[in-house]
Design a protein around this ligand. Structure first.
Ligand SMILES: NC(=O)C1=CN([C@@H]2O[C@H](COP(=O)(O)OP(=O)(O)OC[C@H]3O[C@@H](n4cnc5c(N)ncnc54)[C@H](OP(=O)(O)O)[C@@H]3O)[C@@H](O)[C@H]2O)C=CC1
Ligand SMILES: CCCCCC(=O)/C=C/[C@@H]1[C@@H](C/C=C\CCCC(=O)O)[C@@H](O)C[C@H]1O
Length: 338
């Protein structure tokens, strides 16, 4: 049997190119004692892959998380038909001893996690609302923004995997939620499907003007997915003792490191408004990971949390899915169905 994988062939220069990857087709090795053969069902593409790529060695399989199914097992902990979520990278087939799997992001052991029965919810959600992005939204908002009912929350990248959940969890917690996204269709979705109180297309509406209209008394909580000029504008509209969760800075991921994005100074706002700003990587909450997933699943079952996925069909579409993140192509979580 043949399997396919994408090899990270060349470090990106600006916007990633298809030629930075090499598609390799090779024989899937036989399964030895203690090993399992996993077949990918869904592969995740995520913005972090772009900045993180600076640390990847060329010639290795491109990094990433996937949902895979056990198709052969010589390991007592995994049976044929089990579905797992694991950091196997951009590959269709993986043969390994699960006890020895290493997550290349932190070089720590990372056992493929057997998914429970999702009861009709698509397995792809293990890469989105019921996985890393869902927990990023849930823990990032609740732990760092310290939200209180009646407060004003602003989120950018608001129609994406993380942002759309941040805004809805904010609404569940009783906040007034304002979102920024990159198209009129996304703005409509934020208001009509996700119940945001206000939403704006940052490509056609000045951010400061938008906040003067939608939050004349200022912003209490800011969940920042974008960074740069937009973030400086939002920070300048914050209230005394506001809190900022720095989640991502996608606006600068394709920048030339020698010519980084410049944005208006934020220190005067930080000082005079006495703001609190904290960056995070969601893995800091690994010890309570399942709490976040259980909470988001509960919200879904109660009809309080909705989600979208942009599904690309076919292994060879991974590059298009990945690059689509930087063009605003996706609404909700971008995944590739294998
Ligand atoms: N700290 C952590 O642990 C984690 C951080 N993150 C970060 O969260 C952010 C959102 O991730 P995720 O939800 O998975 O991705 P998204 O699903 O939001 O996809 C990316 C979106 O970003 C927007 N975007 C792209 N380029 C720009 C730009 N130049 N300016 C403004 N918006 C832009 C686009 O939407 P639009 O049409 O609105 O422009 C695009 O659809 C990222 O910065 C990511 O790195 C994610 C997971 C964990
Ligand atoms: C400027 C880059 C910001 C990236 C933000 C982001 O999207 C993070 C996503 C994490 C991702 C982090 C990967 C490696 C972090 C290594 C930290 C370290 O110890 O150096 C991955 O863990 C999935 C998301 O949690």
């Amino acid at each position: 049997m043949k399997g396919k994988r994408f090899v990270f062939a060349k470090h990106f220069d600006g916007v990633p190119k298809k030629s930075d990857f090499e598609l390799v087709e090779e024989e899937v090795p036989p399964v030895k004692d203690g090993e399992v053969l996993f077949q990918a069902l869904f592969i995740s593409v995520d913005p972090y892959m772009r900045p993180y790529s600076a640390r990847i060695q060329t010639g290795t399989t491109m990094i990433g998380e996937q949902v895979a199914r056990v198709v052969e097992s010589k390991h007592p902990g995994y049976k044929v038909g089990d579905n797992v979520v694991a950091y196997f990278g951009w590959r269709t087939h993986t043969v390994l001893n699960p006890d020895k799997n290493i997550n290349p992001l932190d070089n720590k052991p990372s056992k493929p996690y057997i998914l429970p029965d999702f009861g009709g919810v698509s397995l792809s959600t293990a890469l989105g609302v019921l996985g890393m992005p869902g927990n990023t939204a849930y823990f990032g908002l609740t732990k760092l923004c310290e939200p209180k009912p009646g407060e004003v929350l602003v989120v950018n990248g608001a129609a994406g995997a993380v942002g759309s959940l941040v805004g809805q969890i904010g609404k569940i917690l009783g906040l007034r939620v304002i979102g920024f996204a990159g198209s009129d269709d996304k703005v409509k979705l934020l208001k009509e499907k996700y119940n945001f109180d206000a939403a704006f297309n940052y490509k056609t509406k000045d951010v400061t003007e938008a906040l003067k209209e939608a939050a004349p008394e200022g912003v209490d909580c800011f969940f920042d997915n974008v960074g740069g000029v937009m973030s400086s504008a939002i920070i300048s509209c914050m209230k005394l003792y506001g809190r900022i969760a720095v989640c991502g800075s996608i606006s600068a991921y394709n920048d030339d490191p020698k010519k980084p994005t410049l944005a208006p100074i934020i220190q005067p706002s930080m000082i005079f408004k006495q703001l609190k700003m904290e960056g995070f990587v969601v893995s800091r909450w690994l010890n309570i990971w399942q709490e976040g997933i259980a909470q988001n699943l509960q919200y879904i079952k109660e009809g309080k949390l909705k989600y979208e996925e942009t599904v690309y069909e076919g292994f060879e579409k991974i590059f298009d899915a990945f690059i689509g993140l930087f063009k605003g192509e996706n609404t909700g979580k971008a995944v590739v169905k294998i």
